[in-house]
Design a protein around this ligand. Structure first.
Ligand SMILES: [Zn+2]
Length: 164
């Protein structure tokens, strides 16, 4: 019997305190991991982020054109940002088997766009082995928008400003 897909809708967080929300985020990440589309790697990952007191989830979504696949972390960030949040307060990831797998380099950079340096990040195996850290530990000396300002990069054309 095929298992029923996990709900992927936005869920109200049990707690607003980021550290206290980590267990709930881990449970949400484990649930959404069941929705991962990973027929090529069979490497299922679920992620959950806390933003505005709500939990947003995402699973990895692979594609037959391999570079078009999206990591679970970026799926969850996109869900939170699409709902109007620009700040993420905590991150949980469930995946791997032999060890908890941390977010890839690309996802660390994406998280740094929306997370303060001290945001807690926990990553765990489906069996519950976990590692707790912070974004600063995962991505020291991150590239940021402050670096763009420092170079005097040109501002976007006015037509782009109107729709942003
Ligand atoms: Zn990634």
């Amino acid at each position: 019997m095929a298992s029923r897909p996990a709900r992927s809708s936005v869920r109200r967080a049990v707690r607003r305190d980021p550290q206290a929300a980590l267990p709930e985020l881990l449970r949400a990440a484990a649930r959404v991991r069941r929705n991962a589309h990973a027929p090529y790697s069979n490497f299922l990952v679920g992620a959950a982020v806390l933003a505005g007191g709500e939990v947003f989830v995402g699973a990895n979504v692979e594609n037959s054109s391999f570079p078009l696949g999206v990591c679970a972390e970026r799926s969850a960030v996109s869900a939170a940002v699409s709902a109007g949040h620009a700040r993420i307060d905590a991150v949980a990831i469930v995946g791997g088997a032999l060890r908890p797998v941390p977010p890839c380099g690309g996802c660390r950079q994406v998280l740094s766009e929306f997370c303060a340096r001290d945001v807690p990040v926990v990553y765990a195996t489906p069996d519950g082995e976990k590692i707790e850290t912070t974004l600063a530990d995962l991505l020291p000396q991150a590239f940021s928008n402050a670096d763009l300002k420092a170079t005097g990069a040109p501002k976007p054309p006015s037509r782009l400003k109107r729709i942003s």
